[in-house]
Design a binder for this molecule. Structure first.
Ligand SMILES: [Zn+2]
Length: 434
């Protein structure tokens, strides 16, 4: 991805650096060649030659608002859109159409202030190629980590097509029976060029009859085979983990991250903390499913399951936060009731429902996401040396985190020092970047 050349100086706002440190009022952020050169009180900012006629520093006035790191979606599904039932995830549209829609979703995510995203699985191998297209500036979108197709045990959550239809699940998931097939699936993913292997250790409230949130969808042996094969090829492994036994299996098998971590008991928490395994709760989805599921035809049993997941998941998040664990935020946007473009309601939900402070929420939504991606050395916070992925937001997001939900509040969405979206992107002064 192209980086800016030259200098940019953002002033007249409070700075939230993403590390969880308190806001710095009247701050300045200095960017040089697409990387952060200084972030802190304006009074201590190196002077950038405002007195010299040749000074070509690009200046942004934050208008008394907030200067913060770009948001990171820690569990995005670029290929999901208008999903109302599980089948919509796979066979509804051909890969050509899904690819086009995914490009639109990537652009939307960037416009919403998400400068990076970690894929939580996708149809075919779209996110691998989407990542390349974004890296090469062919299309706008968040910096991505890719995971391609997922892996689930036969008869598990993702194996929903009845055998009499004689259609497989090749588009979205490898259905495996035993460790050998699990290894085969990972080896295919190795060749596909993915970074994160996404698996399904457990079921979900969405499938109340045979694969609910207390059911296992893979055996420990299958999960262990996935981890051993993936790690041998330097890939990381994560999984959809609701049931307590599934979380435990994943952490014992050596998973590198946990998605959801819903029914987390003390033993799971201990295992999570031992290796500091990051977790993406993806929890807002449960609340929004409870609130709006009926409109979209979800059965009462499914809604009740989401309610149970919501309450247990919120408790797990509070435990992990209190214990000092690492969390990224985001998850499963692209359903009918959680369309792409509404990602930032996850942050509001974590403040209003789960009870996180706005500062902790922003830390999880920025640096936490970068840790989940494995790229926190260069992304996720406003610290000298890191890539300048920055939001300039109208207003005080600590006082009202829901400001981030509205695109019109984003003055600038900056990637590598280049203004890519937000109100200033329409200003000719910013076309082509710094
Ligand atoms: Zn997901």
């Amino acid at each position: 991805m192209k980086q800016a050349t030259g200098r940019m100086l953002i002033t007249n706002g409070q700075l939230l650096d993403g590390t969880g440190r308190p806001a710095v009022s009247n701050a300045a952020l200095l960017i040089e060649d697409g990387r952060i050169a200084y972030a802190g009180p304006a009074a201590d900012c190196p002077r950038v030659g405002e007195d010299t006629p040749a000074d070509d520093t690009i200046r942004i006035d934050a208008a008394g608002g907030t200067i913060m790191p770009g948001l990171i979606e820690a569990h995005i599904h670029l290929t999901y859109f208008n999903v109302t039932e599980l089948q919509d995830l796979d066979i509804k549209y051909p890969v050509e159409y899904v690819t086009l829609q995914s490009a639109v979703n990537a652009k939307t995510a960037l416009e919403c202030g998400y400068t990076s995203a970690r894929s939580g699985g996708c149809l075919h191998n779209i996110d691998v190629w989407m990542k390349k297209a974004i890296e090469e500036d062919m299309i706008p979108g968040p910096r991505l980590t890719a995971s391609g197709r997922e892996i689930c045990g036969a008869g598990g959550l993702m194996d929903w097509n009845p055998d009499y239809r004689k259609i497989g699940m090749e588009g979205i998931v490898f259905i495996v029976n035993g460790p050998d097939q699990a290894r085969t699936a990972v080896r295919k993913l190795v060749k596909d060029g993915i970074e994160w292997v996404k698996t399904y250790p457990t079921g979900d409230a969405a499938s109340p009859d045979i694969n609910d949130h207390h059911t296992l969808s893979m055996t420990f042996e299958e999960m262990h085979a996935v981890v051993a094969t993936a790690h041998n090829h330097s890939l990381k492994v994560t999984g959809h983990c609701r049931a307590t036994a599934g979380i435990k299996n994943a952490l014992t098998a050596g998973y590198d991250a946990i998605e959801h971590g819903t029914f987390m008991d003390d033993e799971c928490l201990e295992l999570l903390l031992q290796r500091n395994v990051p977790m993406c709760p993806g929890l807002g989805f449960e609340k929004f499913s409870v609130d709006r599921g009926r409109e979209f035809g979800l059965s009462q049993r499914v809604i009740d399951g989401h309610q149970e997941t919501l309450e247990a998941g919120a408790e797990s998040c509070r435990k992990v936060l209190k214990a000092g664990g690492t969390m990224g935020l985001g998850g499963d946007y692209g359903f009918g009731w959680t369309p792409h473009g509404t990602y930032a309601q996850e942050l509001t939900f974590f403040v209003d429902y789960v009870g996180f402070s706005p500062l902790d929420t922003i830390r999880c939504g920025t640096l936490g996401g970068a840790k989940m991606m494995g790229r926190d050395e260069e992304l996720g916070s406003l610290e000298a040396g890191k890539l300048a992925d920055v939001l300039v937001v109208k207003g005080d997001v600590l006082a009202d985190i829901s400001l981030l939900e509205k695109r019109e509040n984003l003055l600038a969405v900056i990637q590598g020092g280049i203004v890519k979206a937000g109100r200033l992107a329409a200003d000719p002064a910013f076309l082509g970047g710094a």
